[in-house]
Write a protein that binds this ligand. Structure first.
Ligand SMILES: [Zn+2]
Ligand SMILES: [Zn+2]
Length: 246
């Protein structure tokens, strides 16, 4: 299983970069976790758009779905150019029915809804969900591959909740939204600070945490130092193009 960071910024992308988007590849199947602003331009450094199999959306905030419309247009163009006949598969929740319905563009997209107890299978991947605590309905995802014993957990956007600990239990990699520094209150914005991320990573016995959804202020190295105070595993900052092989 290969993970590539396509975008990691919270809120908006910095120059030449993208907001939340991760590419997961295994056994010839490629899926995206979220499709933030700037993601489509970045993604083409790593794969041809017409070969992308599916997109998993955590929620409908712009920094997670901004490029989904243009990704859909790329499939419209590529199907018309006969580069592929396969629609882009989009998996999203229906808690916001209007936003969900906007994803439909047959025959270019194939849209499927998931809910908290769903088990989505795409190629070697099996994805399970947990609703997070965020101003817009949002779901964390736990991704397993039949090709490896490793597990990736993506918090998406959330405040710290105890229930995330068993959900992230023993993950090989935890992609954790780290929107604020340790001394800042993240909860009122529906996010986590570095201290809360450390607690989640430590208590779930995650092997490695990737700090993502990063803030546009301060020095991100400080986030790493703050997480290291509580968490004994490996800590990485999300970085455009950075990959993990599991
Ligand atoms: Zn959000
Ligand atoms: Zn966000």
């Amino acid at each position: 299983m290969k993970l590539t960071v396509i975008g990691f910024w919270g809120a908006y992308p910095e120059k030449n970069e993208a907001t939340s988007c991760f590419l997961l590849e295994d056994a010839g199947t490629s899926i995206l976790l979220d499709c933030g602003s700037g993601a489509v331009a970045q993604l083409q450094n790593y794969l041809d758009l017409h070969t992308l199999d599916a997109v998993m959306l955590s929620h409908y905030h712009h920094d997670h779905v901004a490029d989904l419309g243009v990704l859909t247009y790329s499939r419209v163009v590529d199907i018309n150019l006969k580069k592929t006949e396969i629609p882009l598969k989009i998996h999203a929740h229906k808690d916001d029915e209007a936003a969900f319905e906007k994803l439909r563009r047959p025959p270019f997209t194939e849209v499927t809804s998931y809910q908290h107890d769903s088990k989505v299978k795409i190629g070697p991947f099996t994805i399970t969900f947990q609703k997070t605590d965020h101003p817009a309905p949002c779901y964390a995802m736990r991704i397993e591959s039949s090709e490896t014993n490793h597990t990736i957990v993506y918090t998406a956007d959330t405040t710290f909740q105890e229930s995330l600990i068993p959900f992230a239990r023993n993950a090989s990699l935890l992609i954790a939204e780290t929107s604020f520094y340790a001394d800042q209150s993240a909860e009122k914005f529906g996010h986590m600070n570095s201290k809360e991320v450390a607690m989640l990573a430590e208590e779930s016995e995650t092997k490695e945490v990737i700090l993502s959804h990063l803030p546009h202020f301060g020095d991100h190295k400080q986030l790493v130092n703050e997480v290291a105070k509580t968490y004994s595993g490996k800590i990485s900052l999300a970085e455009t193009g950075k990959t993990w092989l599991l």
